[in-house]
Design a binder for this molecule. Structure first.
Ligand SMILES: Nc1ncnc2c1ncn2[C@@H]1O[C@H](COP(=O)(O)OP(=O)(O)OP(=O)(O)O)[C@@H](O)[C@H]1O
Ligand SMILES: O=P(O)(O)OC[C@H]1O[C@H](OP(=O)(O)OP(=O)(O)O)[C@H](O)[C@@H]1O
Length: 209
């Protein structure tokens, strides 16, 4: 058996992912999501875990720095990485949506300004609809943009809807559902097929059990 490297996204879904792994034979004994350590090993050192920023996970996997990645679909879509997506872990569930002020209606022929942390996803959504937009890239608190006239609308993650509600905004259009996914490097899928398949089947059993 060859060792495999797993890139796990920091952030909200990390705890649930580790809890899922704990239902398999894969245990990272000294792992803690608040740890400042970035590299962990399972007990027989057959799996090396890299604990990295979510948006970087698809890059680690595409470039072969990790064989497998566990990360939100939002980051997979935004990175446009060329990887295989093989399993939905059904955790970290939320969705992408276009949101804005209630009853927002643009002027005819108006070039919409969209604030978002996810420019590639926003661009793709409006390209599909054949609508030209201008993007304002923000790194957080995106809901503020329509309130202060920085943008007409936002493209962002919605989970409970509380952030929109508390800021007087509403979902105007659903884009697509998001959850945590398992991705695999294309070369590793061929060269480490046994190890990758074994890891995936363990996770599948944990998900079903
Ligand atoms: N309400 C939510 N808001 C944002 N992300 C969510 C939410 N619910 C689930 N997720 C998932 O959690 C991931 C982000 O978690 P979190 O916001 O903790 O990350 P982060 O490390 O703070 O990210 P960033 O550095 O981009 O702010 C997303 O990639 C998404 O897949
Ligand atoms: O529908 P809700 O349950 O309210 O969750 C959605 C909110 O959570 C995320 O923000 P996050 O907390 O990551 O903060 P940020 O604005 O700094 O990105 C997301 O960008 C929304 O703002």
């Amino acid at each position: 058996m060859q060792p495999i490297t797993l890139a796990l996204a920091k952030g909200r879904p990390a705890k649930s992912t580790i809890a899922l792994l704990e239902k398999t034979d894969v245990q990272f004994n000294d792992f803690h999501e608040d740890s400042r350590k970035l590299v962990f090993y399972n007990s027989d050192r057959s799996i090396k875990l890299l604990f990295v920023k979510a948006i970087d996970v698809p890059t680690y996997v595409e470039k072969g720095a990790a064989d497998i990645g566990i990360v939100g679909k939002d980051n997979i879509l935004e990175s446009k990485a060329d990887v295989y997506e093989l399993l939905d872990l059904k955790i970290g569930k939320c969705k992408f949506a276009v949101a804005g002020k209630k009853n927002y209606t643009p002027e005819k022929g108006q070039l919409l300004t969209i604030a978002t942390k996810y420019p590639a996803i926003a661009q793709k959504h409006f390209d599909k609809k054949g609508e030209a937009i201008e993007i304002v890239k923000l790194n957080g608190s995106v809901e503020l943009a329509p309130l202060i006239g920085l943008a007409d609308l936002i493209v962002d993650i919605v989970e409970t809807g509380n952030t929109l509600k508390e800021n007087g905004l509403t979902v105007l259009e659903n884009i697509e559902p998001i959850s945590t996914r398992l991705i695999v490097n294309k070369a590793s899928f061929a060269t480490k097929s046994t190890e990758v398949q074994q890891f995936i089947s363990q996770l599948k059993s944990a998900l079903e059990g």
